[in-house]
Design a protein around this ligand. Structure first.
Ligand SMILES: Nc1ncnc2c1ncn2[C@@H]1O[C@H](COP(=O)(O)OP(=O)(O)OP(=O)(O)O)[C@@H](O)[C@H]1O
Ligand SMILES: [Mg+2]
Ligand SMILES: [Zn+2]
Length: 231
């Protein structure tokens, strides 16, 4: 802090960083270092950017899977190796199906985190959340229109849908899949789907037209191995 001085008697005041301080009348005559102020400002901005990056990292991914890491997924499992290839070069529709507790959600979360790490925009969402968002749009005073919700899944960057095929089949669920997967298929947008159901069982949930489109990418993998929850 500099000595009190009038403009006539004022001598130069230097900061510890070596830069000359400036007198700020707006701040009751405090001496401020513009270099340090800029550095502090930049640090605050960097902290904000980091917080936003972390939010993006976690968006959609459950707290249990924040630490999911591709490097901890075993390449010897064909589904894992395939997802790693897809993440490296996302194209087409990849389906990972398998029994409970094999690690599908972990793998899907790790894929999302890998995209974030590489600054590749992507979206991770669970099936139930998709249906919820669309149903919400039907409500009076809904924040988003039905059209807008569908558009939020029609982006060109990778979309990861976890746990597809849980919701009971209805005309509504069939039309949702037709619109979301059908659209992404037509536009050739990269999509990853995980499910407890295999492709034949999924046909009853998504409609045969959609599962035929999924088959076309030739990226249908069973996540084999033991039930990790039963260990
Ligand atoms: N590669 C891994 N490394 C460490 N932990 C893992 C790995 N894969 C899965 N797990 C853990 O094993 C458990 C089961 O994994 P996960 O929830 O991904 O299974 P799932 O196949 O999605 O099951 P479900 O079909 O019931 O949804 C979780 O506690 C998860 O954190
Ligand atoms: Mg799961
Ligand atoms: Zn300074």
């Amino acid at each position: 802090m500099g000595a009190v001085s009038t403009p006539e008697t004022r001598s130069k005041v230097f900061c510890e960083c070596g830069a000359e301080k400036e007198l700020h009348y707006a701040k009751c005559g405090e001496w401020d270092c513009p270099v340090c102020w800029e550095a502090k400002h930049e640090a605050r901005e960097a902290a904000k950017r980091e917080a936003e990056r972390l939010r993006a990292l976690r968006r959609g991914v459950g707290a249990k899977f924040y630490d999911a890491d591709m490097r901890r997924c075993d390449d010897k499992i064909a589904a894992v190796a395939a997802v790693k290839r897809w993440v490296a070069d996302p194209a087409g529709i990849i389906l990972v199906h398998g029994k409970c507790g094999r690690g599908k959600t972990y793998l899907a979360s790790a894929a999302k985190k890998e995209f974030n790490r590489r600054d590749v925009l992507s979206q991770f969402i669970c099936e139930d959340e998709i249906f919820l968002r669309i149903k919400q749009s039907f409500e009076k005073n809904a924040k988003k229109t039905e059209y807008e919700v569908y558009e939020s899944f029609a982006h060109s960057y990778p979309l990861i849908i976890d746990d597809a095929g849980v919701e009971k089949t209805s005309e509504f669920t069939l039309s949702v899949w037709e619109r979301i997967i059908g659209r992404r298929y037509r536009e050739n947008y990269p999509t990853m789907i995980t499910s407890n159901l295999n492709i034949d069982e999924l046909a009853a949930r998504m409609g045969f037209r959609i599962t035929e489109r999924i088959r076309e990418s030739k990226m249908i993998y069973e996540y084999t191995g033991e039930n990790r929850r039963a260990r």
